[in-house]
Design a protein around this ligand. Structure first.
Ligand code: GDP
Ligand code: MG
Length: 329
């Protein structure tokens, strides 16, 4: 049994931190109000001390990612990898690979399947360098998960990489959008600013120059909405430091719509792609489709609503795990 105590401002923060460190199987065992600060100080801050417990595996300690991966199919277990391909290019490559090995897809060994995956990814943007910049702007259609993904990235950078992170939103259109991000910033105890117009943008960025990483949330927009695209573009132009633009696409989008998004968002000069809602997709065909279609690398894969756990950096292991179980390649 692992027991861990957290001193936090509220229960939401406690759950985010416990889930991140111990995984979703951690159980809340105790919570009590405490005050921190000098004994006679009337302005002592109120905190909650929250205790979580996690049952250990018989043989190994469950890490957060392992606990999570068991749940969402990102597991390392040696399950059969299904190679039912939905994407023509990937299918052709599989047929070629199988004929070289004189085997049917279902007879490939695990090792051969991994080899094939490496071949499949070799000629794509897969191995391009993927880093965060000082400033990172997430753009994309409405409801794809931009704000949620910003919270996931921010939490990873703060909790795992110990970076100083700041959040800015320019999404003042949607009711609740500002509050959504403000809440995450409060939980993570990091600076948060709203840029109401382009003129405010430079000042907001300057107020965060001591941050290692600044994440900027934008309004969702249809790829056909020229007016909104050019509006967001004006905000991006104000980023005077090193910056990177991420195009966020949901894996549940149909291929025609993906074509349109990839093409239209070129107006915003995006550098990299983030794929969300992998958990809701029936198969991984959109992943292969985008890998073959776009010249931009895919940086993160998001597989659920849970902040901060449901995000993975793209590498061969992540993809290999994704292909296992019921997620079909
Ligand atoms: N299933 C699933 N839902 C997600 C994922 N990412 C975000 N969501 C959900 O999608 C909805 C819209 O997310 P939001 O971040 O507000 O999207 P935005 O409009 O692009 O900022 C919310 O209900 C999120 O919880 C994901 O990877 N998988
Ligand atoms: Mg949003």
């Amino acid at each position: 049994m692992i027991i861990k105590k957290y001193i936090v401002k509220d229960m939401k923060e406690a759950f985010v931190r416990a889930r991140y460190e111990l995984g979703s199987e951690a159980i809340l065992v105790d919570q009590r109000n405490i005050k921190q600060g000098a004994k006679l100080n009337p302005f002592k801050k109120k905190y909650i001390e929250v205790t979580f417990a996690l049952e250990e595996d018989k043989n190994q300690v469950k890490t957060a990612s392992k606990a999570k991966s068991d749940e969402k199919g990102f597991s390392n277990s040696k399950k059969e990898i299904k190679l039912n391909m939905d994407c023509e290019i990937a299918k052709d490559k599989l047929m070629h690979f199988c004929s070289l090995h004189d085997k049917k897809p279902e007879d490939l060994s695990l090792e051969e399947k991994r080899q094939f995956l490496e071949i499949l990814l070799k000629d794509t943007t897969f191995n391009q360098k993927k880093d965060l910049s000082k400033i990172n702007i997430l753009v994309g259609p409405t409801g794809v998960g931009k704000t949620t993904t910003i919270a996931k990235i921010a939490a990873r950078e703060v909790l795992a990489n110990k970076n100083k992170v700041g959040l800015i939103t320019i999404d003042t259109y949607r009711i609740g959008a500002v509050e959504q991000l403000r809440t995450y910033a409060r939980i993570l105890n990091i600076p948060f600013e709203v840029a109401n117009d382009v003129y405010e943008m430079e000042g907001k960025l300057k107020s965060m120059t001591d941050c290692d990483i600044i994440l900027i949330d934008t309004l969702g927009m249809s790829p056909n909405d020229d007016k909104k695209l050019s509006e967001v573009s004006k905000f991006i132009d104000k980023c005077y430091l090193d910056y990177k633009t991420f195009l966020v696409i949901s894996m549940t989008t149909d291929k025609k719509a993906i074509d349109n998004i990839l093409e239209r968002y070129i107006l915003l000069n995006y550098d990299s792609i983030i794929l969300t809602k992998i958990d809701e997709a029936l198969d991984l065909s959109n992943l292969w489709y985008i890998l073959n279609k776009s010249s931009k690398p895919i940086q993160y894969l998001c597989n659920g609503q849970d902040v901060p756990n449901d995000i993975k950096e793209v590498n061969i292991d992540t993809i290999f795990e994704l292909c296992e179980g019921d997620l079909i390649l």
